[in-house]
Design a protein around this ligand. Structure first.
Ligand SMILES: Cc1cc2nc3c(=O)[nH]c(=O)nc-3n(C[C@H](O)[C@H](O)[C@H](O)COP(=O)(O)OP(=O)(O)OC[C@H]3O[C@@H](n4cnc5c(N)ncnc54)[C@H](O)[C@@H]3O)c2cc1C
Length: 441
């Protein structure tokens, strides 16, 4: 007989939710993670969350409840409690290579809300334990193999190797999933490359601009280094921001980039009195998603099967739905097929590969134009400020919204408008060409 009904490998937002929900349903589950503490986040995450709007075919309704927030997943049919209020952000900024500024603002509905990633871990871990889930931290899963009836893993805790078995396994081990790689399911995925990111959370940042996300690009900001930096407000204070690099390998270039930006670059005066309150890092490993996210007794859930990222909000949703369908599967019904259908009906890039391209356009924005063109466009937007009641700010459609604003301006030449339309319509082929061209330049 197997040691457990279900082993959950990886206790990020996906795995913690799956563990709690499985335990709540009376299923004997063990969550395993290489991290020593499962109630803490150590991976870079900006903390933005898209609420009260449709995202990946789910509409999360936010209900402030005193010092807490309730998040109701109205399509998937469950709710989670978050132990803090969330802050709505109404401004978004970009800064070009020459320091020209673009800004968009909403009057009524925020572009998105902020949360504290660490608090999500604290909340979800405490809840999962309360539901009866068991955990094995500080344990690296080295290998998984399966027979028709069960799954076996080899794991190492403090130098000691052990074998554990279960009827089923949830692989929620994130981007670059070792389990997906070892079981061969990545063979059919197209890789798009890896990039490191490091984050400094800083307090005491003195910026003259309205509180909002700020996207910096161009060699001058980083001492000629390739890459970009996004600064997202943090709930640690009114002058607190998370600075995250979008860097190229080797990872040391990320540190050099952020050091230059905060200590020597044109915006370094903002950081004169600021202190670093937290540091984290991540490697983003981009591949096409796993179209059928199961193999035998193993279900691939969350970022392990995703294109780029599920975000906490949809990783939580995937974790919940994996538990719902796992219960069916354990009863001998076709639960994994049910999860497969749900996965395809929710994450947009499964049925429509163009949505992978749309998702990346926001961070690739500066690569679509020359410095001169960006300066022209940003100067125009300073004269015609973009202020609307509400706007779709999800990564899928933000660039389309920005381009459409520019296309509507009579001063923009037709040739530039045509290029913007091509960018709106472009798929991953166009993205690959743009990246190739900017690497040659
Ligand atoms: C730079 C950056 C910014 C981001 N900003 C945001 C944001 O603002 N908002 C947002 O919602 N999301 C953001 N995300 C995305 C978000 O972090 C992920 O989508 C989310 O964490 C996915 O959850 P997951 O549980 O599927 O995977 P992960 O969070 O990656 O969790 C995987 C877990 O598996 C464990 N693990 C991996 N391999 C093994 C192994 N072999 N043995 C044992 N344990 C293992 C890891 O330790 C980890 O705990 C950001 C990501 C990056 C990189």
């Amino acid at each position: 007989m197997a040691d457990y009904d279900v082993l959950v490998v990886g206790c990020g937002p996906t795995g913690l939710m799956a563990c709690g929900e499985l335990a709540k349903r009376g299923i004997n589950v063990l969550g395993i993670d290489k991290k020593p503490r499962l109630d803490e986040n150590i991976r870079t995450a900006s903390g933005y969350c898209f609420l009260d709007q449709s995202f990946n075919n789910e509409y999360i309704k936010m209900e402030p409840a005193g010092n807490k927030t309730l998040l109701h997943y109205t399509d998937s049919g469950f709710s989670v409690e978050y132990s803090m209020p969330m802050e709505g952000i109404h401004h978004s900024h970009m800064f070009s290579d020459t320091g020209k500024h673009w800004k968009a603002s909403t009057r009524k509905k925020p572009f998105y809300h902020l949360f504290v990633p660490n608090n999500c871990f604290k909340d979800r871990y405490a809840w999962a334990k309360k539901c009866g889930a068991k955990f094995l931290p500080e344990t690296l899963v080295l290998r998984a193999k399966q027979t028709e009836k069960e799954v076996e893993i080899i794991a190492r805790t403090n130098g000691k190797t052990r074998t554990l078995t279960a009827r089923k396994l949830i692989a929620s081990d994130g981007l670059g999933s070792r389990i997906a790689r070892h079981l061969g399911v990545n063979r059919n995925r197209t890789p798009f490359g890896k990039g490191p990111s490091i984050e400094w959370e800083m307090n005491g940042v003195e910026t003259p601009y309205d509180r909002g996300d700020m996207f910096f690009f161009g060699g001058k900001n980083f001492g000629g280094r390739q890459g970009a930096l996004i600064m997202v407000p943090s709930m640690s204070g009114k002058k607190a921001y998370r600075l995250e690099t979008l860097s190229v390998l080797p990872a040391s270039s990320a540190t050099e980039l952020i050091e230059y930006f905060t200590q020597k670059g044109p915006f370094s005066s903002w950081f004169k009195h600021a202190e670093i309150i937290d540091k984290s890092a991540a490697v983003v490993d981009m591949m096409t998603p796993i179209i059928t996210p199961y193999l035998g007794n193993v279900l691939f859930v969350g970022d392990s099967a995703a294109f780029a990222e599920c975000l906490y909000q949809c990783a939580t949703m995937a974790g919940y739905m994996s538990a719902v369908y796992m219960e069916e599967e354990l009863k001998g019904k076709k639960g994994f097929e049910g999860y497969n259908e749900w996965w395809a009906n929710h994450f947009e890039w499964i049925k429509n590969p163009k949505r992978m391209a749309d998702y990346t356009k926001r961070v690739l924005f500066p690569r679509f134009f020359s410095v001169k063109e960006l300066d022209f466009l940003f100067e125009l937007s300073e004269k015609n400020p973009i202020v609307v009641d509400e706007a779709d700010a999800t990564p899928y459609d933000f660039t389309k919204v920005v381009m459409e604003q520019f296309i509507a301006m009579p001063e923009v030449p037709d040739a530039l408008k045509k290029r913007m339309q091509q960018i709106i319509d472009g798929d991953m082929g166009m993205i690959a060409t743009v990246i190739g061209q900017s690497q040659k330049a």
